[in-house]
Design a protein around this ligand. Structure first.
Ligand SMILES: [Cu+2]
Length: 518
């Protein structure tokens, strides 16, 4: 039974008056508590935790639990240094298989939480690898076959923050501290029942378009606020939703004018320099890190993080003449339709402080590689013909456990040209194991092309390393993928849509990287 409409009124994220719950922050223990895991092995247990998500109610959520030094961490914010050893033994306390996918990490496939290596109930699996990635905001979540959508929705997700020398310099320059002025924000939409539990009950239309909720949680807090002071804050924004896209902007409370902020990092870490923006799209699994400068504000003033309205571009039936499929009306409680505007976080300026730091002019020296000789691999995203069970296809194919439709040479440099059909919807495409650089967007819808910052149609959030990229209907995105690695033997990764209902429905292909050795 979904929550009643009377109860929903006080939870609706479209009413800023509802934003009176103190934002949960990563602290030294508890939910999202920070665990330093460089060269310090962890034991992570999956199971059910009772958490106060809605005020005054207990939710039974699935979660990762770590015990250390007498403290308990739930969905810990794991922090590691580039070059250190990371090790975590997963003890599966769920009543079904699971894995941990270390989203965005460049690691041996056996450490990647691949569905070919499921961990049974009551079994354990040791993930251990050297941290090769640059500093940045990464995350972890389940990836077992057929269950990752439900398990992730049920609560299994956490931040994985990598630090390196460039990140250390930025933190020092701006006097940032993780959990206080450097704030991870995990954004997820959920449906709730009367008792305060998450409801995951996708119908056939939700399987086709992705399952969306009408309550927005940030760090498992509905309708949050946070007291801030007159300084620069870093927000690490992670869209942890199963399917909902966000169009993120800041404004003063009660005003429509959008504030300028600085985008400093994407999925794979810092940009070369900060880029000014007033809005960015953020699709499921993508991250964007921003700096918000509150030095010009007065105590009592407020800033609100919001998601602007946009055309969700569900064009999947338009060209087949099925515009009245009725999937925009849902039975049951109030629906927060895709592309509808809502608020995410109210920032209340509480006091003036001395703070003379400035946003740095440069962030990173990471150099670009030469892809002039790279071969092009074309990839298409499309809807299956009417009557087929798997709705969304990559290169006309559905996922098959033992098949490897994409085979690449170890060390190859490739241009991936990914074309999304006109008769489609936006798909956030995720590559395991390797990062990539967006080179070009063509055929973008107006709401995207108007954000282009160069002649290649790229937006600000295309300018850094990526592991997940949103491709709109009718759009073609070109990316440079470096398939170099130092791992032994054949490597088995995946390329899939991060709308988790699409992944479950087979919008995923295996990728084999062969070494060419006998
Ligand atoms: Cu998709």
């Amino acid at each position: 039974m979904n929550i009643s409409s009377a109860a929903y009124d006080s939870l609706s994220p479209t009413n800023l008056d509802n934003f009176n719950n103190l934002l949960r922050l990563p602290a030294n223990d508890g939910i999202m508590g920070i665990v330093d895991a460089s060269d310090a092995p962890l034991r992570i247990t999956t199971g059910t935790e009772s958490v106060e998500v809605l005020p005054g109610k207990r939710s039974e959520v699935s979660a990762y639990r770590v015990e250390r030094d007498g403290k308990t961490f739930v969905n810990p914010t794991i922090r590691v240094r580039t070059g250190s050893s990371f090790s975590a033994e997963l003890a599966n306390g769920l009543d079904e298989e699971t894995t941990i996918h270390w989203h965005g990490q460049h690691i041996d496939w056996r450490m990647d939480g691949h569905p070919l290596l499921p961990v049974s109930p009551d079994a354990t699996y040791r993930y251990a690898y050297p941290v090769a990635n640059r500093g940045g905001t990464y995350w972890y979540h389940p990836h077992a076959h057929g269950t990752s959508a439900r398990q992730t929705y049920s609560g299994l997700a956490g931040f994985f923050i990598v630090e390196d020398e460039e990140e250390r310099r930025l933190g020092e320059a701006l006097d940032l501290k993780l959990g206080e002025t450097d704030i991870p924000l995990l954004i997820q939409d959920k449906m709730f029942d009367e008792s305060g539990n998450f409801v995951y009950a996708p119908g056939p239309m939700d399987e086709e378009m992705g399952y969306e909720g009408n309550v927005i949680l940030t760090n498992l807090t509905p309708n949050p606020y946070l007291e801030v002071v007159t300084r620069i804050y870093r927000f690490r924004l992670l869209n942890g939703s199963n399917a909902r896209n966000l169009r993120l902007a800041f404004s003063r409370t009660g005003e429509d004018e959008l504030l300028l902020y600085h985008v400093i990092a994407t999925d794979g870490g810092l940009l070369d320099r900060p880029r000014a923006a007033r809005e960015v799209f953020l699709s499921p699994a993508e991250r964007v890190d921003v700096l918000v400068d509150l030095t010009g504000f007065e105590p009592g003033e407020e800033v609100v993080l919001r998601s602007l309205p946009f055309d969700p571009m569900h064009r999947e039936h338009e060209m087949a003449g099925h515009m009245d499929m009725g999937h925009h009306h849902h039975m049951g409680p109030a629906r927060l339709s895709d592309g509808h505007e809502f608020y995410l976080l109210r920032l209340v300026v509480s006091e003036r402080v001395d703070y003379a730091r400035r946003v740095p002019e440069t962030l990173s020296e990471s150099s670009r590689q030469d892809f002039a000789e790279a071969a092009t691999r074309t990839v298409t995203l499309s809807m299956a013909a009417e009557g087929e069970t798997n709705r969304w296809l990559i290169n006309g194919l559905s996922h098959e456990m033992g098949e490897y439709p994409i085979v690449a040479q170890r060390g190859a440099k490739e241009i991936w040209e990914v074309r999304n059909d006109e008769r489609s919807m936006p798909h956030p495409m995720h590559l395991h194991g390797f990062r990539f650089l967006v080179l070009e967007r063509t055929g973008s819808p107006e709401q995207v092309s108007c954000l282009a910052v160069d002649d290649d149609g790229r937006t600000v959030s295309d300018l850094g390393f990526k592991d997940t990229v949103l491709i709109w209907p009718g759009e073609t995105m070109k990316a440079a993928v470096d398939l170099s690695h130092g791992f032994e033997g054949e490597q088995l990764y995946m390329f899939h849509c991060h709308i988790l209902e699409h992944e479950k429905g087979g919008m995923m292909l295996n990728l084999k990287v062969v070494s060419g050795e006998a």
